[in-house]
Design a protein around this ligand. Structure first.
Ligand SMILES: Nc1ncnc2c1ncn2[C@@H]1O[C@H](COP(=O)(O)OP(=O)(O)OP(=O)(O)O)[C@@H](O)[C@H]1O
Length: 283
């Protein structure tokens, strides 16, 4: 049985519990001749308690996809769900509340407040929302991220990697249904970057969190359970259980396809068995 490229089950077994999904998600910027279709009828499923990486060339729509899934941006057409809640159609107030209560964010700039301690930064979103942190959970997050002895430090007294860990703890603290990470290692040296990726991995494996990460780095993507590739606003490929080598190879294949960012038809790609999923990298 062959799986069409636009099937929402890229790399996923049928019936897995979903944290989010989108159907026919289209996002256009501008109008007339200058209109840009950043997302073109994207169907995607994000599995719960999994680590999904989103890759693709610059301008392929990665950030737009993340923003639309997170309710940070409106869609031109199509539908998006967080769990069972359809978020397309919610008003601004409801969206703000949904983001605050159910989604965690980690961006390249850590956005830590310099006057607050690490501990205060971690619980800040909940304090603003007037929500009482689940102390037991927050303590577990702090221990998992190895921040116990840094809680009283201010951001300027922490290394880049430690600051990113605090940002990671802040994203996890409210126990969100879904964490979005946009190039979370972009500003870090390779050691600190690897550390943060390790923590995101632990958040999934040990704390049963769900993470979606946008990255350009094959090494970062290799920490995920599934890599989705975007090109020209469409999901064009998926690699489950990726290795850095498999991701790099696929990126080279796309770059060498000769038609800009579009890969060759999937049945012409090496290692494909016609299911739409890579079979070359598994042991
Ligand atoms: N606010 C905007 N107004 C107009 N066009 C936009 C806007 N935001 C994004 N775009 C366009 O939409 C397309 C997708 O952009 P997006 O930022 O999602 O790509 P990306 O894959 O995240 O890129 P990068 O890797 O460079 O961050 C690009 O052509 C971009 O120029």
């Amino acid at each position: 049985m062959s799986t069409p490229l636009t099937a929402p089950t890229h790399g996923l077994a049928p019936g897995v519990p979903l944290a989010a999904r989108a159907r026919a998600l289209t996002k256009a910027y501008g109008s007339g001749e200058t209109a840009v279709r950043a997302l073109d009828a994207v169907d995607v499923d994000i599995a719960r308690e999994r680590f999904t990486a989103v890759m693709g060339p610059s301008g392929s729509g990665k950030s737009t996809l993340m923003h639309c899934l997170a309710g940070l941006d409106t869609v031109s057409s199509g539908q998006v769900w967080l769990g069972e809640t359809e978020i397309t159609g919610l008003n601004d107030r409801a969206l703000t509340q949904l983001r605050r209560d159910r989604i965690g964010f980690m961006f390249q700039a850590f956005n830590l407040l310099p006057t607050l301690t690490a501990a205060e930064n971690i619980t800040l979103p909940m304090d603003i929302a007037g929500r009482k942190p689940d102390r037991e959970w927050v303590e577990r997050v702090i221990d998992t991220l190895g921040l116990r002895d840094r809680l009283k430090h201010r951001p300027a007294q922490l290394s880049g990697g430690q600051q990113q860990r605090v940002a990671c703890a802040r994203a996890l603290a409210s126990r969100p249904e879904l964490i979005f990470a946009d190039e979370p290692t972009g500003n870090l040296d390779s050691r600190a970057g690897a550390e943060v990726l390790g923590f995101l991995r632990e958040a999934v494996d040990r704390l049963a969190q769900t993470v979606v990460m946008v990255t350009h780095d094959p090494g970062a993507a290799a920490h995920s359970d599934l890599v989705l590739f975007l090109a020209d606003g469409r999901i064009v490929d998926a690699i489950p259980e990726p290795t850095a080598e498999a991701v790099l190879e696929r990126m080279r294949l796309f770059a060498g396809a000769g038609t800009g960012s579009q890969p060759p038809p999937i049945e012409q790609q090496p290692g494909h068995d016609g299911t739409g999923f890579d079979t070359t990298h598994r042991s």
